[in-house]
Design a binder for this molecule. Structure first.
Ligand code: NAD
Length: 511
């Protein structure tokens, strides 16, 4: 069963707002839209733009363009591909502020955070610039008499990338630089909530000299996604979003014979042991809990206080929350608005539900001072204490500025709590005890682990990905796993000999 999405569209054609169109075969096109969606400025609550939602025909046109481009792009030499990648890297680096401003206007995150996201995306572009080295095969001479063996990695074809709203730059960058460097063509279906960054990338690729059709963008919702998942011209699907949709995408696209990596939601824990530096831990909890208004897949939402430190830690966090500024991200306060009013209201609903369930509301984000237009999608940072594992505050991925403190007696209790959680994206431990940290990194069932690092997002040359319900598929994003995802291996055994060796029906032996 496909998960339902809340309707966010109208059939009404756009009014005065600019219309965001698809990018197919090197040109912007509105196609024949299935609908039009509103794109908000979250800091004012106003509709700033509209976006055309692709119909199945629009997706078909993008796939046809990508397939045609793939046939020649795969034959472009590594040297020429790399020249284009380096140009793209230079342009992205020069214009990072332009992209950050686009992200802040549609997502709401503060400018410095948007710049940070661009920097992390740039890292993957830089990694992909090493394609000649990353795509190297191996060669073994004389494995048998006059027989050599070598391996090669070849592109898959058309790579579909379906991305979430919370990182309109970094998440697509986890995939498309590597896919393109490896010789694939790409169709990016960004979130309909903040779609402009994808078109900005398309124009940048064109400026860098990428042939038309190698990088395409289609906008839209489930209709566009479903067509990509079933289309026979699409070879692979890289999805990032909430767990129910990730599971659906994985099951649907693998059934259609595609290679799939589907990264899902998260509930990230930060364990604080009694010997930890509590000021360091409190600073880290604030940064990881409330940065980007908690709308990060690596945000810490469950803080697990071990032993007698809980009261002290909660006080230190509460004090720091009082000093956080919340307002329009363009002015670069500490925290901006949430993505939509519906999402803001859903996150806020956890505050009353948490109190009703018996948790202690230590800091109420609804009372936080906001410097911004009243109509923005605001919710200040919220801290709950004495949260228990049965409460919705803990079981749900809230994806907002709500930090829950759970109190446990021992390290073993903390570990059992983490390992029982269905998600396994990121986690952290704060301690000065090296042996405890080492034990934690070995025993915790989570894909990305931080030791005194609250947001352990791996660098581009390692791979990003969670365990359990946080990732469906075998391959994590970027690093060598990313290179493998976007290529197929082939092993060639060859013999060159001066005269016939004669007929021999035996299974070939190496000698
Ligand atoms: P989402 O699941 O609502 O949307 C993700 C993508 O799926 C979007 O492009 C959207 O248009 C599309 N989509 C939405 N409903 C669909 C449906 N019914 N069928 C097919 N496609 C559909 O996620 P979101 O709200 O944009 O992003 C937040 C979520 O993403 C959070 O759960 C967060 O944890 C997760 N996330 C995970 C990672 C990770 O690395 N694991 C990274 C970033 C975000």
């Amino acid at each position: 069963m496909a998960p339902e999405t809340a309707p966010t569209t109208t059939d009404a054609p756009p009014g005065d707002e600019p219309l965001i169109r698809h990018w197919i075969a090197g040109e912007a096109t509105a196609g024949s839209p299935a609908a039009f969606g509103d794109v908000f400025d979250p800091a004012t609550g106003r509709v700033a733009k509209r976006v055309a939602y692709a119909s199945p025909d629009d997706v078909d046109a993008a796939v046809a363009a990508a397939r045609a481009a793939f046939e020649s792009w795969r034959d472009v030499s590594l040297t020429r591909r790399t020249v284009i990648l380096f140009r793209f890297r230079e342009l992205l680096n020069q214009r990072a502020d332009e992209l950050a401003a686009i992200i802040t206007a549609e997502h709401g995150k503060v400018l410095s955070d948007a710049r940070g996201e661009v920097a992390r995306g740039l890292e993957v572009v830089e990694f992909a610039c090493g394609a000649p080295n990353l795509l190297k095969g191996q060669f073994s001479e004389e494995v048998s008499s006059q027989v050599d063996v070598h391996s090669i990695r070849q592109p898959l074809g058309v790579a579909a990338i379906i991305s979430p709203f919370n990182f309109p730059c970094m998440v697509p960058c986890w995939f498309f630089p590597i896919a393109i460097a490896a010789g694939n063509a790409v169709i990016l279906k960004p979130s309909e909530k903040d779609p402009s960054a994808a078109n900005w990338f398309a124009r940048l690729w064109a400026e860098a000299g990428l042939p038309p059709g190698v990088f395409n963008v289609v906008h839209g919702d489930k209709i566009a996604v479903d067509r990509l998942l079933e289309h026979p011209g699409v070879s692979s699907v890289s999805f990032v979003g909430s767990t129910p949709i990730a599971r659906y995408v994985y099951e649907t696209a693998t059934a259609a014979g595609k290679r799939v990596q589907a990264l899902g939601g998260a509930k990230n824990h930060m364990v604080v042991l009694p010997d930890a530096d509590l000021d360091q831990a409190a600073d880290a909890a604030i940064n990881a809990g409330f940065g980007s208004a908690g709308e990060r897949c690596m945000a810490i939402s469950a803080l697990v206080a071990v032993g007698p430190i809980a009261d002290d830690l909660v006080d230190r966090i509460a004090d720091r929350i009082g000093g956080l500024s919340v307002g329009d991200g363009r002015g670069d306060p500490d925290m901006g608005p949430l993505i939509t009013r519906a999402h803001r209201d859903k996150v806020a609903s956890y505050l009353d539900a948490g109190v009703d369930a018996g948790a202690t509301l230590a800091v109420d984000g609804r009372k936080h001072e906001i410097t911004g237009e009243e109509s923005g999608f605001w919710l200040g940072p919220t801290l709950f204490d004495r949260v228990t594992p049965d409460m919705a505050l803990y079981t749900d991925e809230i994806f907002g500025p709500v930090l829950s403190v759970l109190r446990v007696e021992t390290y073993d209790d903390a570990l059992a709590l983490l390992n029982a959680n269905p998600y396994g994206n990121g986690c952290a431990i704060f301690t000065n005890d090296g042996a405890a940290a080492r034990r934690f990194e070995r025993e915790v069932e989570v894909g990305m682990v931080g030791i005194n690092v609250a947001i352990p997002v791996p660098v581009a040359y390692y791979s990003f990905g969670g365990w359990k319900s946080s990732l469906f598929g075998d391959t994590h994003a970027h690093g060598l796993e990313g290179v493998h995802f976007f290529t197929r291996g082939k092993v060639v055994t060859s013999r060159w000999f001066p005269s016939s060796a004669g007929v021999n029906l035996q299974f070939p032996k190496n000698e």
